[in-house]
Design a protein around this ligand. Structure first.
Ligand code: MN3
Length: 241
């Protein structure tokens, strides 16, 4: 069977130029770990330096979180997909949005590792250190209408995040044409239940324990100040149009 992976491999081997550019790529992206063959889904680059969010999130946490934790979700997602031919042609959003179409023997793995991949990909994009960032345009109005303003929204999403028992996420979700604050356990994505995540806060201990230990509330306060509202506002305009 000719798979996309084989085609890519052949292309890489047959051309010095391509081999060079893939070496350059590898310099920026960590190599797959031994248990993870190359697969369809790739670890996206962080998009900024590990220390870009200091002092709110420390560089070591970012490095471990992205290079080890997220990379492991991608590897394990690819291992699961190898057992379910056909799925690799779909986006992770499509796969998670129709999980009942996934063969039962890999459904649990795809829910966990596919969720981990989708959630973290969104998470990295949603963080940025900038002064006085706040929602703009339609999102600003919708937050005002739905939660009574940005401060109230921040209180409510922090409360939802504090209440997550064990590992999970707190979310701002676009669902049934409304904004809602939700939480999920483990790596469950709002995509599983038909919602569109606009913003997610990782409350697994691996996201904050090195710097904040058991002080989840302090981590939440820090993370509220590095939300990339410009991008979240843009994402809202796209799903809402
Ligand atoms: Mn995480």
């Amino acid at each position: 069977m000719i798979t996309r992976r084989n085609v890519l491999k052949t292309l890489t081997l047959s051309s010095g130029a391509i081999a060079l550019s893939s070496a350059a790529l590898r310099a920026q992206t960590p190599p797959p770990t031994s248990e993870s063959p190359e697969g369809v889904f790739k670890l996206p680059p962080l998009g900024y330096d590990y220390d870009a969010l200091e002092p709110f999130i420390d560089a070591e946490t970012m490095k471990l979180h992205h290079d080890k934790h997220h990379a492991a979700y991608v590897s394990k997602l690819n291992l699961a997909l190898a057992k379910a031919p056909g799925l690799e042609k779909k986006s992770i959003q499509e796969i998670l949005g129709h999980l009942d179409a996934v063969p039962e023997e890999v459904r649990g793995d795809i829910r966990n590792h596919g969720g981990g991949h989708a959630n973290h990909s969104l998470f990295w994009e949603t963080l940025k250190k900038s002064e006085n960032a706040k929602p703009s345009g339609e999102l600003s109005q919708a937050i005002e209408r739905t939660f009574g303003g940005l401060n109230k929204f921040q209180e409510q999403i922090s409360e939802a995040a504090l209440k997550v028992f064990g590992s999970g996420w707190a979310w701002l979700v676009w669902r049934d044409k409304k904004l809602s604050i939700e939480s999920t356990a483990n790596q469950d994505s709002p995509l599983l239940t038909g919602g569109t995540p606009l913003l997610g806060i990782d409350v697994w201990e691996h996201a904050y324990y090195l710097k904040y230990q058991n002080r989840r509330a302090d981590y939440l306060k820090a993370i509220q100040s590095i939300i990339h509202w410009e991008l979240v506002s843009e994402r809202f305009s796209n799903v809402n149009s």
